[in-house]
Write a protein that binds this ligand. Structure first.
Ligand SMILES: Nc1ncnc2c1ncn2[C@@H]1O[C@H](COP(=O)(O)OP(=O)(O)OP(=O)(O)O)[C@@H](O)[C@H]1O
Ligand SMILES: [Mg+2]
Length: 320
């Protein structure tokens, strides 16, 4: 699956040499205030720098608690940036006030992990999708036309508009969340584990949808996951986060097959493979790394690793 998709994907249009990438995080530090008197704040990001070009997907992997969501939230203006900056189109957007930030909401959007809590259960899908449009001044008729178009883009039936979120499966709800993120033609979407709550075949189809939308619209993604096979499937480049720092970045194929940093090597070795002999060899290699003094984290890479083996080539068009 991975090979076919990656091969078929056009390379993102390169930005003009002089222009800054679409999004730049430059030495971003995020500190959360500590609970308790006189305690030092907790530094969740320790000077993180990444860039994302127009139409590009940067996959962000790392173990639980490494700071992936925090970086996404810093980009969205939802986490306190203590020092460093986030720039969008060359303009500093960290530290904007609410009103200035709202003006950016058409350009920078988000899809969260949990399709069960991220949609208002009392609103129909049409209302969920037309709300951001009407807030931005679109007329009702125009908004309704746009909603039909959005449902079509995420491969949901036209009558989905009259239904409530609870009347859909998890995969379909995530399609609604994607449609909502797309409603105002954003240039970048922060996707925070958007397929982690879905079963494997649904994951593969929703990932295909992300790729398809990017090919059509040229949107960029920061794609957060703790799953190397998901990241390999969708990303142009990958950044690996470990304890609040980026420890490795590079093109997706290289980082996910021959990583340089010991943490990424462990992450890769922790992902099960279908072949028992290779699996045994990898276990031995992990033990060797552990004995060499590198702590081995069993929680990483173990959740949805086999997504890479699901064949999605014929799966398009059938909404998950
Ligand atoms: N609002 C907050 N206040 C205080 N500490 C926080 C807050 N949000 C996150 N943290 C801490 O910051 C660190 C990074 O958390 P973050 O949610 O960014 O990790 P993550 O990489 O997204 O993990 P996961 O894979 O589990 O989603 C964690 O130690 C977490 O406990
Ligand atoms: Mg997270």
């Amino acid at each position: 699956m991975t090979g076919t998709l990656d091969k078929d994907r056009p390379a993102p249009t390169p930005a003009p040499a002089s222009a800054e990438p679409l999004l730049v995080a430059d030495q971003v530090v995020v500190e959360y205030p500590a609970k308790g008197w006189r305690k030092a704040p907790f530094r969740a990001l320790k000077g993180v720098s990444i860039t994302i070009g127009a139409g590009e997907t940067l996959g962000l992997v790392g173990e639980s608690g490494s700071g992936k969501t925090t970086l996404g939230r810093a980009i969205l203006g939802l986490a306190p940036v203590t020092s460093g900056s986030v720039r969008y189109g060359g303009r500093v957007i960290s530290g904007l006030d609410k009103k200035q930030r709202r003006a950016l909401s058409s350009e920078i959007q988000v899809v969260f992990q949990d399709p069960y809590t991220s949609l208002n259960p009392a609103m129909t899908v049409t209302d969920i999708l037309s709300e951001p449009l009407m807030v931005a001044g679109t007329s009702r008729t125009e908004a309704e036309r746009r909603v039909k178009d959005l449902l079509d883009q995420v491969r949901l039936p036209a009558d989905a508009g009259q239904r409530l979120p609870r009347e859909f499966s998890g995969g379909q709800r995530q399609r609604v969340a994607i449609a909502r993120a797309l409603s105002r033609d954003p240039r970048i979407v922060v996707c925070d584990e958007p397929v982690s709550a879905l079963d494997l075949s649904t994951q593969a189809r929703v990932l295909d949808l992300f790729v398809e939308i990017q090919e059509r619209t040229g949107v960029a993604y920061l794609f957060v996951t703790h799953d190397l096979s998901v990241v390999r499937h969708i990303s142009h480049r990958v950044a690996v986060m470990y304890r609040g720092e980026i420890v490795e970045t590079g093109d997706a194929a290289t980082v996910t097959s021959t990583p340089e940093h010991p943490y990424t090597q462990r992450l890769l070795l922790a992902a099960p493979v279908p072949d028992p002999e290779r699996q045994a060899a990898r276990r031995a290699e992990r033990r060797r790394l552990a004995e060499a003094g590198e702590p081995v984290d069993d929680s990483v890479g173990s959740v949805t690793d086999s997504v890479g083996s699901v064949d999605t080539t014929g799966a398009k068009g059938d909404p998950a």
